[in-house]
Structure formats: C-alpha cells, structure tokens
Design a protein around this ligand. Structure first.
Ligand code: BES
Ligand code: ZN
Length: 458
C-alpha cells in the first residue's frame, strides 16, 4: 500500500484543485435554470473518470445524466463494488448568509467552502482519486469497481429509480459503498450502519372563500392559520413524543449493545446546544441527543404558509393555511403506513370549521445493516488505516432512500463510510469540506478495496 499512499500524498495539491474545479459548477437540481449546469458538471466528471482510465458512459435520462464508470478489464473472478455518489447540490440560497460566493470555492485554513463540496462532490471525488492512485501506480486492484454518480439525489433520485432495474446486470456487485454522510470527528472515523427513512406530506386547511376583513368577520369564522397551528400542535406532546396512534408500533428498540456503541460518541450536550444556537436543547425524553437524532422517529414542519407575509400589517383572516411536513422514520417503520396513520389522526382532530386536504409526497424506507458482517468488519479496518484512529459504529439521522433500491434490485448491502464533519453545513450557508477529511477519505478508500476483496473471499 505504500506506493499508493505516496501517490495520494504526492498528488494532494492537484486533488484539491480538482475539487475546486468540480465545486464551481452550480449543479442545483431543484432549480430548472441550472439544467445546463448539471449537464456540464456531469461532463466534467466523466472527463475526470476517463482521464484516470475508467470506461465511462454518460447516460441521458428524463432528468439529469447518470454516469457509470468502470475499472477497465472486468475480471469475473474478482468481487465487484459499486461506489455511489451524486453531483447535484442543494440550492445555495440565502446568498447573503454566505461569507464567500457558494460557487467560487475558497480554501480557508484546512477547509474548502462551497455549495455541494461535502454533500457530495468531495466525498465521491475522494474515492475516484483513490482509484486513480491504484490505476496509475501500476498495482493490480483486487476487485472491479463501478462508479455510479447521479444528478438528482437532492430531489428524490427519480431517474435512478428507473435506471437501476433496467441496468442491473451492468451494476451487479457484491456490495455498494457510499460516502454521503458524516463522522463525529476526524479522530472518530465511523461506519454508519443505519439511516433514517423519510415520509413527506403537505397539509392544507381551507376556510373562507377569500381573505376576509379580520375586524368585520373575526370571531365569527374559523381562522385557518390558527386551526393549522392547533392541529399540528396536537401531533407531538410536551415530552417530544409523537401522539399519532400506532406511530411507534414498528419501531425496533435500540439494543443495549447499540446504546453502548452510541454512548462512545464524543458527546457534550452544552457544546451541542451552543453549536445549534438554541436557548435550550429539546428532544424526546429518555433518550440522549445522539439517540434522538439518529434512532428515533420525528414529525417535522419544514414550512408553514398562510396569510400576509409582506411589509407592515394587513388585517385579514386568511382564506387558507398549509404546511410542508417530513417525518423521519427508523427501522422498521414504513412510509406508506405512517402517512396513513398521520392522515387518519389529522382527519380525526381537524375541526369541522375548515376543509382538510392531505397530499402525500415522496417516501424512503429506513436502512439498517448488520455491523458485524465480514464486509462491515473489513470497512472498519480500512477506516482505521485511512484516518489513523480506531473506527466506531454510528447511526445517522439523514436519509439516502436509494440504498433500499440497491438492496432490492442489486441484492447488495450498502456500506456507509462518511467523510463529512458535523460542522460542514450541508444544505446550509457556508457549506465546507475538511481537506484533512478529504485526504484521510482517499487513504481509507485506497485501503478499502483489498480489505473488502479479502472479505468477499472470491
Ligand atoms: N447526504 C445527505 C443524506 C445524509 C446526511 C445522510 C447526513 C446521513 C447523514 C443527502 O444528500 C440528503 O440530504 N438526503 C435527503 C433525502 C431526502 C431529500 C429524501 C435528506 O436526508 O433530507
Ligand atoms: Zn443533501
């Protein structure tokens, strides 16, 4: 491995300029005006894949292109691993909260700032760089690698859901590797063995046929905004428990082993409180904040809309009010079942003075894989080699719904090997990626392939 490690070190500065070039593309999948930027970004990545010797195809889709890039000379005697990532990024707004423009990446100390730099460009680029090190240093990779990089992860991976069953022969593999998540600190590299799922929905209450004068009519007619606040307020009690009947029925209890693992995380509630900028921490009673944010389900309001939002005041009773919700789910909760239970509860509690409409949105199942499997153990060893510290086991609160589709269509488990740090600000202003995490991530990836190949026992 020395040859490969020194290749990575020697090429470190170029890998940083590549990352900066990649993060300059405003590949915002949610915003139609960036469609061309997504195509250009995919083109840049495909060129990079070809430059390191991967056989690369850019597949057009109904949405953004999907890139499939393979190590040359597929050897059926060797195991195959798919590395998944996404080149699309979240919208950068609000611009005024960024210290530097989101698509003009800058290095400050040991961090690079830019939208999408850790979620997810830097993390899959680290894997590509490690593959380059193997291919260029003339060492024979002990496995076949297939890079699968899509451009719609941040908006639900629509094209990829269709692409997977249609291309499952070309994507056949022994396991999938994803680095699109985080680790607690650089000294605590982690294998993430569980992710939360998600169920999205919109709730709308319609009241009077038009906005009304609140002085002339107020008191004699329901205010939909007030009714929505009261209705949603009943969904969670003061102790942070969701009150929807049956909500917790399928929740698998944390084992004593898992609770001990999670307790190993460097956790300091007061530091966490300051980091979040809240006057007091809040969470479901009886669980640590690490457990609350990774192993317990939630009911979140992501957006509330009603009435007048402009300057000054406008004395009206709004005609309608609506809320965008997402519920984070844990194993073995099912998005459709949870949406049904929530809808029934909303219907039961909604006052007859307004009309309720519930529109279900996207959903993704939670994910859980055994941390004791030979692949998981191999990954823990690679994390140790890459980061220079003993690796731990974590669960994460975010969702990567496509992992369930990998299991369904490719029959493969996913190893989640994050490189992002808790203060990387994904989906927020001033997103960043640590250059130390980038370098350690490349080393981890380089060491991963012999470890996984040995564990596959082919
Ligand atoms: N990289 C994240 C998911 C993630 C973040 C997993 C942190 C684990 C820890 C991904 O890009 C993302 O943001 N996913 C969305 C999915 C949703 C839109 C279906 C999420 O979790 O909100
Ligand atoms: Zn994201």
């Amino acid at each position: 491995m020395d040859l490969i490690d020194s290749y990575l070190t020697a090429n470190g500065p170029r890998f940083v300029s590549d990352l900066i070039a990649y993060a300059r593309f405003p590949s915002v999948s949610a915003q139609p005006q960036h469609a061309g930027d997504l195509v250009a970004c995919a083109g840049w990545l495909a060129d990079r894949c070809r430059a390191i010797g991967l056989t690369t195809v850019v597949h057009p889709t109904s949405g953004n292109p999907i890139i499939v890039a393979k190590t040359p000379g597929h050897d059926p005697k060797k195991p195959t691993f798919v590395v998944y990532g996404h080149y699309d990024v979240q919208p950068p707004e609000p611009f005024e909260l960024w210290d530097s423009p989101p698509f003009e990446p800058v290095v400050k100390g040991r961090d690079v700032f830019g939208r999408g730099i850790s979620d997810n460009k830097g993390q899959h680029l680290a894997h590509l760089n490690a593959a380059e090190a193997w291919l260029r240093s003339g060492r024979e990779l002990p496995c076949n690698l297939t890079f699968l990089i899509e451009g719609e992860e941040e908006v639900g991976s629509t094209a990829l859901y269709g692409f997977l069953p249609a291309h499952k022969a070309g994507l056949a593999c022994d396991a999938v590797v994803i680095s699109d998540n985080g680790i607690p600190t650089l000294k605590h590299p982690a294998l993430t063995y569980a992710l939360r799922g998600i169920a999205a929905m919109e709730v709308r209450l319609d009241g009077p046929a038009r906005d009304l004068h609140s002085g002339i009519f107020g008191g004699s007619v329901e205010n939909p905004a007030m009714a929505l606040c009261q209705l949603l307020g009943k969904m969670r009690d003061a102790k942070g428990r969701i009150t929807v009947p049956g909500y917790y029925d399928d929740v698998v209890k944390l084992s004593a082993y898992e609770r001990r693992q999670l307790a190993k995380l460097p956790s300091d509630p007061e530091r966490y409180r300051r980091f979040l900028g809240v006057p007091q921490l809040f969470g479901e009673a009886g669980f640590t904040h690490e457990e609350q944010r990774s192993a317990r389900p939630t009911f979140e309001i992501n957006g509330l809309t009603s009435g007048y939002q402009g300057d000054g005041s406008k004395t009206i009773i709004p005609s309608w009010a609506s809320a965008k919700l997402t519920l984070r789910l844990v194993p073995d909760q099912k998005p459709a079942k949870v949406i049904k239970a929530v809808t029934a509860h909303l219907k039961k509690l909604c006052p007859p003075s307004v009309k309720l409409t519930v529109t279900p949105g996207h959903g993704g199942a939670p994910y859980l894989v055994s941390p004791k499997s030979p692949f998981a153990q191999a990954a823990l060893r690679a994390l140790r080699s890459g980061f220079g510290h003993e690796a731990i086991l974590t669960r994460e609160g975010g969702s990567i719904p496509i992992v369930s589709a990998f299991k369904q269509h490719l029959k493969a488990d996913t190893l989640l090997l994050g490189m992002a740090l808790p203060d990387d600000n994904p989906h927020s202003p001033n997103e960043k990626f640590s250059l130390d995490a980038y370098a350690s991530g490349m080393r981890m990836s380089a060491h991963l392939w012999p470890e996984l190949a040995a564990a596959a026992g082919k």
